[in-house]
Design a protein around this ligand. Structure first.
Ligand SMILES: Nc1ncnc2c1ncn2[C@@H]1O[C@H](COP(=O)(O)OP(=O)(O)OP(=O)(O)O)[C@@H](O)[C@H]1O
Ligand SMILES: [Mg+2]
Length: 371
């Protein structure tokens, strides 16, 4: 029996998991970028992914990686007021560097004079946003300190997003040690990239966060359980992997609920996982599938119902025919549903359900299209 039984799984949106499962390549690439500094193209990176694929967790994790390499980082959501938020956070983080320890004395002289504040009273000085940020960056960079800005939930139509991108472009041009990491739903990211005023972002590094491979999920589950001080049987891992369907949030729910079955036992068994997975599916329906369904329009739903009669992939032409509509009609709804992470493309003329369990949920809720 184990006495400490704190559940190590993190089925909460925005929580950084015990292990960033399946993201080794991204992490290696970004760690290298923070190490090497200006000129590394990966310092400007865009992450696109459906709900629950781990965008927020990844941004937070990367900002910690950057901090370990001596960068300061500011994390914002793409909402009005974001620029001011970036300036405030950046000045506060810089003021934190200005600690009166021996070590930081040199640093404190330069940065302190830019931040222009007493230790405990950081104020953002006057000037427009670009000048203020530019002054801070210069002082930071003089001490070889970089600035990472992460922007979550990108909204392509927010003016401040466009402003940030174009000022950032100037900073890159001036060879500043600066990094911009953006994350959002796939549709929002592609719509941002279509905007002519930020066309330089098209050259940024891009990652689409796809479902995680089963072997990686297995590693993540075992690692997390062992971090929590327990073990898990091989058949139990296999069942948990199957129930997770490559989806990080579902994996966390399955792990969490399986752990909770007998939190004081040394080992997690197949029975624990079978019970846990059933509860996890219920949580997933309530927290993700229902919320997604209520965001859909009646025509989105009709499109999805028209997909139900195909066992896996659906041909767009078949969907159009079942709906009695022209093909440009289906392309509009296809785009909307991809943007919401409900379906994904399978080649140019096929689509399939992407959100785990959504097909069964919809079949139960609405049934196939009535003729
Ligand atoms: N690489 C990963 N491995 C394991 N678990 C992860 C990973 N990334 C995220 N998670 C977990 O998945 C869940 C969803 O993560 P997160 O909130 O980052 O998703 P998101 O893409 O930002 O979702 P949304 O679009 O709703 O904002 C959280 O419980 C988080 O702990
Ligand atoms: Mg998020």
């Amino acid at each position: 029996m184990v006495s400490a039984s704190k559940n190590p799984f993190t089925p909460t949106f925005g929580r950084v998991p015990a292990l960033m499962t399946g993201r080794e390549q991204i992490l290696a690439e970004m760690t290298r970028a923070f190490e090497s500094g200006p000129g590394n193209p990966n310092l400007s990176t865009i992450f696109a992914g459906a709900r629950g694929t781990g965008k927020t967790a990844l941004l937070l994790h990367l900002s910690r990686v950057a901090q370990e390499q001596g960068w300061i980082s500011v994390n914002v959501s793409c909402i009005p007021g974001m620029l001011e938020d970036i300036a405030q956070q950046a000045y506060e983080a810089a003021a934190d560097l200005v600690d009166p320890s021996e070590h930081a004395r040199l640093r404190s002289v330069t940065i302190g004079s830019v931040v222009g504040v007493e230790w405990d009273n950081p104020e953002v000085p006057a000037g427009n946003w670009r000048t203020r940020m530019s002054r801070l960056l210069k002082a930071l960079n003089a001490q070889d300190i970089g600035l990472v800005i992460t922007v979550d939930e990108v909204q392509p139509n927010l003016d401040e997003m466009i402003q940030l991108a174009s000022v950032y472009q100037h900073f890159v041009g001036e060879e500043r040690k600066v990094s911009l990491l953006l994350a959002g739903l796939p549709g929002k990211m592609s719509s941002l990239l279509r905007n002519e005023s930020v066309s330089f972002l098209r050259r940024a590094n891009k990652h689409t966060l796809r479902p995680i491979a089963d072997e990686e999920i297995a590693i993540g589950i075992r690692y997390t359980v062992e971090e929590g001080g327990r073990t898990i049987q091989a058949p139990a891992i296999e069942a948990a992997v199957k129930a997770s369907e490559g989806f990080p949030y579902l994996m966390q729910l399955v792990g969490f609920q399986s752990w909770e079955q007998r939190p004081h036992a040394d080992e997690i068994t197949l029975d624990d996982v079978n019970l846990g997975a059933a509860m996890a599916r219920k949580n997933f329906v309530e927290r993700v599938l229902e919320a997604t369904y209520f965001d859909l329009s009646p025509n989105d739903v009709r499109f999805l119902q028209a997909m139900l009669e195909d066992p896996e992939e659906s041909r767009l032409a078949d969907i159009a025919e079942r709906l009695g509509e022209a093909s440009n009609y289906t392309s509009t709804y296809k785009r909307r549903l991809i943007e919401q992470g409900v379906i994904g493309e399978r080649g140019p003329s096929f689509v399939a359900f992407e959100l785990p369990g959504f097909r069964d949920y919809l079949a139960q809720k609405c049934g196939p299209l009535s003729k």
